[in-house]
Write a protein that binds this ligand. Sequence first.
Ligand code: PLP
Length: 376
Amino acid sequence: MIEFNIPYRSQNEEIFLKQAIQSGCLSADGDFVKKCEHWFKKNYKCKHVFMTHSCTGALEMAALCIDIHPGDEVIVPSFTHISTANAFVLRGAKIVFADILPETMCIDAADAESKISPNTKAIVAVHYGGYAADLNRLSEICNKHSLFLIEDAAHSIGAKLNGKYLGTIGDIGCLSFHETKNIHCGEGGALLLNNETLLEKAEQIYEKGSNRSAFLKKEVEEYTWTSEGSSFSMNNLSAAYLYSQLRELEITNSYRLEVWNWYYEELKVLIENKKIFQLPPLPEKETIFNAHIFFLKCQDSNTANAILAHLNARDISAHRHFPPLHKSPFGQHFRSIDCPISESEYPKLIRLPMHTGIKKADIKFIARNLAEFLSE
Ligand SMILES: Cc1ncc(COP(=O)(O)O)c(C=O)c1O
């Protein structure tokens, strides 16, 4: 069986877990949580980092930080994970779905701009599969209309645009360390705060709606209830596991890129004559790609179904991704809106196995099976 994902294992997880247990502090006050924060501050050059229990948690915290209220509109790509939208729905926002670009499957900035209304408060950009959304254009749009730009960088650990890490460019960036991601701690996330004006608020929200952060900095004598907030933090055990993984980020990402390139080279020759499926776009030169996903675009939905069945029958685990949210049962509660590219591209997309346990022989086996499909 060629698994779709095998969560990455790094060298020091067990040692660091033992140290975390022996430290006697398993909460978010533990040393490994601080080590993870420092890792991001140093490597990501990000001043304010909040380690969270998930990317969902980071997105929910973002919605509180930008003060979403009932009646506010938030523009979200239809082709994304449920949490990208739900985090804002929980605060009473109306979701306005934007369409995507067919190549990278990232938000179409022009479509997002056309959907801005006087009630719009934020645009959420998802960097699908580690491809950078058009943050240059989206930043211009958000500045022009005084909107917050939130980056859902769940897929993009280690990926960059114009020398800056994805997640550090918008007002807030949200990362995921779920075990399906390039590096992980089972469930985990981080909120990168790039807009200084939100700092005081973010600290209170993160500390369950209190000024505990000011108390820890000895700015107040005791702490008390000062704002809305919740429990978003990562515990020290998860942080110990994650810290070991963060130290190997370059190893993981460069191996995944190798796997991505093997796929590309093996499959390129297959489709020279038969255009039954297309390869994913090559990453733009101003980006550093993290090869989170390798996807194919089939000529139509029936072909995608047939390829999925063919691969799965041969013990190759391949999957679809993200049915468009605007067509989902819950998404239909919001204003009916057209996202034709999300609708037409989603059924054609299939994701192939991608993890650091994959060997070149596995890629050759997958390519042989796709060749067999094409010859039938
Ligand atoms: C684009 C996107 N955003 C948010 C999430 C939620 O991440 P988490 O599982 O860390 O809450 C995911 C999960 O895969 C995702 O794909």
